[in-house]
Design a protein around this ligand. Sequence first.
Ligand SMILES: Cc1cc2nc3c(=O)[nH]c(=O)nc-3n(C[C@H](O)[C@H](O)[C@H](O)COP(=O)(O)OP(=O)(O)OC[C@H]3O[C@@H](n4cnc5c(N)ncnc54)[C@H](O)[C@@H]3O)c2cc1C
Length: 505
Amino acid sequence: MSALAEALVAWRLAVGDEHVSTAAADLERCATATFPTCVEILAILRPASPEQVSECVRIAARFGTSLYPISRGNNWGLGSRVPTASGCVVVDLGRLNTITAFDDEMGTLTVQPGVTFRHIHRFLEAAGGRWFLPAIGGPADASAIGNLAERGDGAGPTGDRASHACALQVVLADGSMITTGFGMFDNAVMTTLSRAGPGPSLDGLFLQSGMGILTGATLFLSPMPAHLALMRVHVAGKQTLAASLDVVRALMRDGVLQPNCVAIWNATKVTMRGRSYPWVEQEGRTPLFMPGTQAGQSWFMTATIHAASASIAAAHGEHMSAALVTVGAAVEIIDEATYPSLRAEAAGALGLADDITAASVYWRKKTAPPEALAPEADRCGVHWVCLALPLNGAAFVDAVSFIEEATFRHSFEAVISGSVVSPRAIHLFVAIIYDRDVVGDDVAAQLCHDEILAGLAARGVHPMRLGIQAMAYLAQAGEPYAALMRVIRCAVDPKEILAKGRYSF
Ligand SMILES: Cc1cc2nc3c(=O)[nH]c(=O)nc-3n(C[C@H](O)[C@H](O)[C@H](O)COP(=O)(O)OP(=O)(O)OC[C@H]3O[C@@H](n4cnc5c(N)ncnc54)[C@H](O)[C@@H]3O)c2cc1C
């Protein structure tokens, strides 16, 4: 019997026959992303508990088989469920779907990897609605732990996922299990309340790394605001855009705006929400907005104002409005004191997980999105480029102008959004959205993705998250940094059992 066949026998015993699949249709589904891939998957394991995960890893280590963990596998535009290397067995953690603890006093939630944003939203609403978990603009059935594993971003004060999580429960490459931070002690009262205990902090080692399998984590929730207001800003032209971002930097520095509460979208991103490409009006032409035209120059910002009272919200709103109007932005403040349905309409910024924005992956398809989105099977084309930029108007405008030029040259829309994550940094997200059934677009989209990454790298602008189509990017990292990362990886996983090729240097 081959090592794989022996391992399969052992995994079947460990997790149950029906939770190990080698069916061609399952493997094919798992190997399909929203762009071309060429990866062979050997099997899929579906353990139901951290102990079963640990046993699966021990078996893999014994037989020298590589495992690739996914939580919900909704990493659309960055690889979906597809491993970074061929010849892996995928560990699908969807059956570990329990919310294991909720601290209503401290605002923490401890979850397993199969728990989705939709599940969390419903749970917290039913628990009284005092707290929310910042949700993503992507699929509602994505996993909070999958998102954390990738250092994702959500909308809301604790939306910088990696900075608002602790007590990572991790299965290591030999099958042993640890809990990070104060979890190093058996009885620590701070385990789910603080990110670091004494000594080096290990959390970062297990995010964007593939060096362990997360089987649980505690997430810090955002308090539901006592009073909510929303600032909507429309900016026409790049000069005003740059000046407005500089004003946002000052407002956040002064504590008037909160991190992850300011979103910025270009005209295309706004236009495509809930809509399909206007093929008839465009008489089949692409792209929709030409850079340089008036429509293509419009940008929109929204900022949620989380305040302790109506008067605080009004004062903040007035202050922000006055500052932004000075640089020529059009500002509207909507306050729930005078607009009672605001909370319902802005629910996306208060933890509501829905698929409205996620459906935009069908933008270039000739048919409307189905109710249950399945972009890989439906041959939706999506590549994401996720960048970190200084929160500086001129730097932002320079980067987006380059991105617009590159996407336009390949006949795609520049779909650009951003989230202000601190007074110093903005995360910029570029989606290249296309129809995989259009001959040539797979190649054009990949070229466009590569050109954006390379062109921005030359300007010193680098990604803060990589899809499987871009893992080779890390070859640009300098020594001895890269050498140290190789040493650490080799020490933690000498036999390359876990997530081979993922964020490896
Ligand atoms: C229109 C659209 C909008 C989006 N908006 C956002 C957004 O606002 N913010 C954002 O962050 N993302 C966004 N995304 C990207 C993506 O959909 C999300 O990041 C989503 O959370 C990833 O899917 P998942 O949570 O199911 O993770 P998975 O696909 O399960 O995991 C992603 C990767 O993380 C690693 N991983 C997963 N689980 C584990 C584990 N338990 N242990 C170790 N490693 C693990 C694996 O390498 C895996 O491939 C968007 C995508 C689209 C298409």
